[in-house]
Write a protein that binds this ligand. Sequence first.
Ligand SMILES: Cc1cc2nc3c(=O)[nH]c(=O)nc-3n(C[C@H](O)[C@H](O)[C@H](O)COP(=O)(O)O)c2cc1C
Length: 190
Amino acid sequence: MVSAEPLPPWRPLLRGAREREGRSPQARWLQLASVAVDGTPRLRTLVFRGWAAASELDLLTDGRSAKVAELGHQPAVELGWLLPRARCQFRLRGRLLILPAEQEASERQRHWQGLTPEGRALWGWPAPGEPLEDGACFPAELGEELPIPTCFRLLRIGLEQVELLELTNHPHHRRRWCREDGWLEQRLNP
Ligand SMILES: Cc1cc2nc3c(=O)[nH]c(=O)nc-3n(C[C@H](O)[C@H](O)[C@H](O)COP(=O)(O)O)c2cc1C
């Protein structure tokens, strides 16, 4: 998707660090932290599904999962992205964006079509986090011809602050960029 916003300076740094992971699937894994309804923290791993704009990224999840209820209550998130080969950690702060219904539908469909039948299968499974029932059905594949399950949810996160810690030098390097400052780089003590 074309974005009016110029590419923030941390984007090429993140791309470079991800490239150092080579073909490792880990380059696409990030940790999503949210706040539960009772105010306590929650953390889980998700797959990065691509950039939607200069500082907006997409995640896919199940609408029946706890995180969706948590984000509905409190849309602020922090994402942790560890790139071990580059020995660096990105921490991305932002919030869940509410998309116009038409855009949401077309983007959801685009992501659904981009998944493999095995990747789609998870959205055909019983509700995540519920007690496992005897004889429950967990399909191994879902074909593209089937209607998109209502539980298939796109989470578009708009980023507001990015922090990078690099352990490759002595001393370590720590930098922060805030959207409200036009992503101006600020150097911090590690
Ligand atoms: C490597 C890895 C990748 C995962 N990717 C996703 C993902 O893209 N989307 C997702 O909803 N859950 C993903 N999960 C499962 C989540 O970590 C989590 O267990 C699930 O979404 C339920 O979370 P919740 O109960 O906090 O909502 C992944 C787990 C692992 C270990």
